[in-house]
Design a protein around this ligand. Structure first.
Ligand SMILES: *[C@@H]1O[C@H](CO)[C@@H](O)[C@H](O)[C@H]1NC(C)=O
Ligand SMILES: *[C@@H]1O[C@H](CO)[C@@H](O)[C@H](O)[C@H]1NC(C)=O
Ligand SMILES: *[C@@H]1O[C@H](CO)[C@@H](O)[C@H](O)[C@H]1NC(C)=O
Ligand SMILES: *[C@@H]1O[C@H](CO)[C@@H](O)[C@H](O)[C@H]1NC(C)=O
Ligand SMILES: *[C@@H]1O[C@H](CO)[C@@H](O)[C@H](O)[C@H]1NC(C)=O
Ligand SMILES: *[C@@H]1O[C@H](CO)[C@@H](O)[C@H](O)[C@H]1NC(C)=O
Length: 867
């Protein structure tokens, strides 16, 4: 639900990007006064700890072969940046980063069960008898591996998330040795919000958030009443809890979780977490990259920001060597209907199904139906107040057709006529969804039945019959699974899946897997099962598939596994949400395409790369090469070719990337020349192929990103493809700063201040005063944002250099506010007087020393005094 309002607010802003309100309001958030520090390998860190001694407290110590360092919190937040800058100068310190905060992914919760005891959750879903028929598995060939008895036995997968409800019978029912969830740690505790101090304990139970329990079921759910299993039910899971019941997680918490998952011997680590970035240099991404380098494959979801258009890569999936996972929609849309009973004119009870809404006090309700209209085609049924002669509806269940106005409005009109129970019927053939009308306080229960059931009842009512519903209790009633084929977007990229590439033209995502409309486990306290959509759901499936492939091949080598899933994946057709187009989906949207687990597990051809990145026009890598290795026992001849995928235009007539759907795609492909059109590779031998690109001749000012696949058809029956991408135009020449302006710290919307503004600052850093704020309104990502202070003296201005905290490295494409408390980067207070900010953002691939590589915007003047 959250996702769709997010998309709508963006679509509503498609017209112009001139005001702060018109742009996506997300901001990269940091924990004030907190830093992640990496130590030099060979150096003693006591110098560092002596230095911070009384000024800061250590949040976490990192002592792993992957990363040695600490995260710290300065007691005095106001002077923290000075101190942090000084720390960076110590010989024991390699790097210092601000401690960034990440939100729980905004996945769409489509349906949740109502049973608080999963073993008592009854369903009329057919149990699997040997064969895996779960559609995400059919889409990715997991069923074919499972048919051979491959389950990822004994492989350890670390899950970085909200913890796992290991009490759930489908998630093993216990925690510890011998259990499905056999290891892990709670790094944060229930009350952690991202902004307070984590309170760790050794129990990573998820009883209040749900996300991690859903993700874990996708990997390893055991057979259950709902008729599915995880991809690799033979693995054991490690649960690393990084979110409390609500809120966010900081970098240091994520780093700690990854280091623990690594040190505890995880063979694979997965995280369905991310934040807008586009840069691989973020500390969390750096740690994940190093773990991959150390031999543990890591999958990270690509993000749910598809609406933001191209170049919106998410960290840590945008880290080097990290396998970034995009989402495609499920072939089927699962609809879970709670079974209940009805009778017509006192006849036999018959069964019907409905989706439980909110509230849902249906248990024991036994009342006749009443409909405001017998017209089963009426678009706006129940949208107007009921006529005065309406009977008292307190003893009825009001049956209303879905459509036009909101559920709340329809429920309010019914409630005003005395109704306590409302059942909607759908206005489209397939399925139903659970309405929420909880703000209409006199309504006790709500739900929605299918269109066909609703129409049948209305016809009975119209014929003068009485229809009585005998409602079951949603917490204990059986549930039936209705599957409708998704003929519009099934198998195509989910519209929410984030578009790449990175700002440095790295190919992301690597592959796609089903993440739209996925049924999995959910904490028993929250209803035991749920259907959710997001790249969060696509990512764990690939982690499970990595386990299955590793089980078959006996290797965890990350580069090998990634090359196998990429080369055997199936490219997709472009689909902007309304059906397949006649062109392949762009690599920056789906990577190599939909994962094919069986082909990857048994391929005897191994490519040396999982993608080719040709970079932009300025840095064009005209010729790249890769190696084909034949691991089989017979010589194989490969026919080589290439196929273009949709070229996607980043910009149209604005300096902001076009939003999706809405961005332009075309079939103007690059020309690919291969060093040979066919090659015979002896058994256990290899051959090198060079690939020369001629980018399409297109308008570089619109930064079109071209992509496609090198294809290999082997006489061993293996058809492989290797994705590539590149951009026409210059990232270096692309404007990154829209404008910079002056605002004030007390305005939550950070609107521009007009006219002259004056501020009374305090030299007591703990005093609460209104500060001037420099707002960098970013159109594109920048490797460095610098906020400088200009002193106005009569007709001249003098540049005093960076303010405290500035500069900021690797900025995503988000609004960037920086408050000024009177101090410059060296910690000195400027004298009272008149000033302006010079807001400066470095171009991608720019040279910080060259003035012309910066976009600069000077704000309105303001005066500063001290109290
Ligand atoms: C499982 O699949 C195989 C091959 O498709 C089929 O022959 C067999 O009947 C199926 N078994 C069940 C129990 O459906
Ligand atoms: C309502 O359904 C329940 C079963 O859930 C049944 O035991 C009961 O007799 C029914 N009540 C009526 C009035 O039909
Ligand atoms: C593109 O070129 C720039 C400049 O040389 C380089 O920093 C970047 O890593 C290149 N990108 C890729 C994916 O190779
Ligand atoms: C390779 O196989 C694919 C089907 O997987 C086919 O579409 C393509 O035309 C084949 N290419 C060559 C060069 O035969
Ligand atoms: C590979 O492509 C050829 C056509 O070029 C096709 O006949 C064959 O079935 C394909 N093999 C697989 C495994 O898809
Ligand atoms: C400044 O002016 C703009 C338009 O001229 C207006 O939208 C904005 O709200 C004003 N800001 C303040 C703080 O009054």
């Amino acid at each position: 639900m959250v996702r769709s309002t997010f998309v709508l607010s963006l679509l509503a802003s498609a017209g112009g990007f001139l005001s702060a309100e018109a742009k996506e309001p997300s901001k990269a958030k940091h924990l004030s006064g907190s830093y992640v520090v990496e130590f030099e390998d060979s150096q003693d860190a006591s110098e560092f700890f002596n230095r911070i001694d009384s000024k800061a407290e250590t949040r976490m110590n990192f002592d792993s072969s992957i990363f040695k360092g600490a995260s710290i919190q300065f007691h005095n937040v106001e002077s923290a940046e000075d101190e942090a800058a000084a720390l960076a100068g110590l010989s024991s310190v390699k790097r210092v980063w601000p401690n960034r905060i990440y939100d729980l992914p905004k996945d769409e919760i489509v349906w949740t069960g109502k049973s608080k005891d999963a073993s008592a959750a009854h369903s009329n879903v057919k149990r699997q008898l040997g064969n895996d028929t779960f559609s995400p598995h059919l889409m990715t060939q997991v069923d074919k591996l499972r048919a051979k008895g491959i389950v990822g036995k004994g492989i350890k997968i670390g899950v970085i998330d909200t913890g796992i409800d290991y009490t759930h019978p489908a998630l093993g029912g216990c925690f510890g040795t011998g259990c499905l969830v056999s290891y892990g740690y709670d790094i944060v505790g229930d009350d952690y919000t991202g902004y307070n101090t984590p309170v760790p304990d050794d129990d990573p139970y998820d009883g209040c958030a749900g996300h991690g329990s859903h993700v874990s079921g996708i990997i390893a759910a055991q057979a259950n009443e709902y008729g599915f299993t995880g991809a690799a039910p033979g693995v054991t899971l490690g649960a690393y809890r990084v979110f409390g019941c609500t809120g966010s997680a900081a970098n240091d918490v994520l780093i700690e979780a990854y280091l623990r998952a690594f040190e505890d011997g995880s063979n694979i680590i997965t995280a369905s977490i991310g934040g807008s970035s586009g840069w691989s240099e973020d500390p969390w991404a750096v740690v994940v990259s190093r773990i991959v380098e150390a031999g543990v494959p890591c999958t990270v979801s690509a993000g749910n920001a598809g609406a933001n258009g191209l170049f919106y890569a998410s960290t840590a999936s945008n880290g080097k060597r990290v396998t970034s996972i995009a989402s495609v929609d499920n072939w089927i849309t699962p609809v879970l209907l709670t079974d209940s009973f009805f009778s017509v004119d006192g006849g036999d009870e018959e069964t019907f199904g409905y989706v439980v809404g909110d509230p849902f006090a249906w248990g024991g309700v036994n009342l006749p139906l009443w409909a405001p209209s017998f017209d089963t085609t009426e678009a706006a049924q129940g949208c107007n107040p009921y006529p005065a002669d309406t009977p008292d509806l307190s003893g009825k269940i009001v049956l209303i057709r879905r459509g036009t106005c909101t559920f709340v409005q329809k429920a309010t009109n019914a409630a005003n006529a005395g109704a306590k129970y409302v059942l909607f019927y759908n206005n489209v053939p397939n399925g139903a969804s659970g309405p929420s009308v909880s703000e209409v306080t006199t309504i006790k229960a709500v739900g929605m039945t299918t269109a066909s059931q609703g129409v049948a009842w209305v016809q009975s009512l119209a014929a003068g019959s009485e229809v009585v519903l005998n409602m079951t209790d949603p917490e204990t009633a059986p549930v039936s699974l209705i599957t409708s084929d998704n003929t519009i977007t099934g198998g195509a990229a989910s519209t929410f899946t984030t578009w790449n590439p990175t700002y440095e033209m790295d190919v992301k995502p690597q592959v796609a897997s089903p993440g739209g409309n996925i049924l999995s486990t959910w904490p028993q306290t929250l209803g035991s099962y749920a259907v959710i959509s997001g790249t969060s759901m696509a990512c764990p499936l690939v982690a499970g598939i990595y386990a299955l492939i590793a089980d078959v091949r006996g290797t965890f080598d990350p580069a090998t596994l990634e090359a196998l899933i990429a080369s055997t994946a199936n490219p997709r057709l472009y689909n902007a949400g309304s059906g397949d187009a006649n062109v392949l989906a762009a690599v920056p949207q789906v990577g190599a395409g939909l994962v094919q687990a069986y082909d990857a597990a048994f391929a005897t051809t191994l490519l040396s790369k999982s993608y080719l990145a040709f970079n932009d026009t300025d840095h064009l890598e005209k010729t790249l090469s890769f190696t084909i290795k034949n691991l089989g026992q017979k010589a194989v001849t490969y026919k080589l070719g290439s196929v273009g995928a949709a070229t996607a235009y980043t910009f149209s007539d604005s300096i902001y990337p076009d939003i999706f759907p809405g961005l332009e795609v075309s079939d103007e492909y690059a020309t690919i020349k291969l060093s040979r059109s066919s090659v015979t590779v002896p058994p256990q031998g290899s051959a090198s192929i060079s690939v020369t690109v001629t980018p399409p001749e297109l308008d570089g000012s619109r930064l079109p990103v071209y992509s496609g696949y090198i294809t290999l058809n082997g006489t061993n029956g293996e058809n492989l493809s290797l994705p590539y991408n590149g951009a026409v135009g210059s990232l270096y020449s692309t404007r990154v700063l829209d404008t910079g302006y002056l605002s004030i710290s007390t305005d939550p919307n950070l609107a521009p201040v007009n006219g002259s503004a004056s501020f009374v600052l305090s030299k007591n850093p703990t005093a609460s005063v209104t500060l001037p704020v420099a707002v960098a309104f970013m159109a594109f990502g920048s490797p460095r944002i610098s906020i400088k202070l200009l002193q106005i003296k009569g007709k001249t201005t003098k540049n005093l250099g960076d303010i405290l905290d500035s500069p900021y490295d690797y900025a995503p494409r988000d609004d960037f506010p920086a408050a000024f408390d009177g101090r410059l980067a060296d910690g000195t207070y400027v004298p009272p007087g008149e000033y302006k900010f010079s807001i400066e953002a470095l171009h991608i691939f720019g040279n910080a020393k060259k003035a012309r590589d910066w976009d600069v915007s000077v704000t309105a003047p303001f005066t500063v005094r001290y109290a």
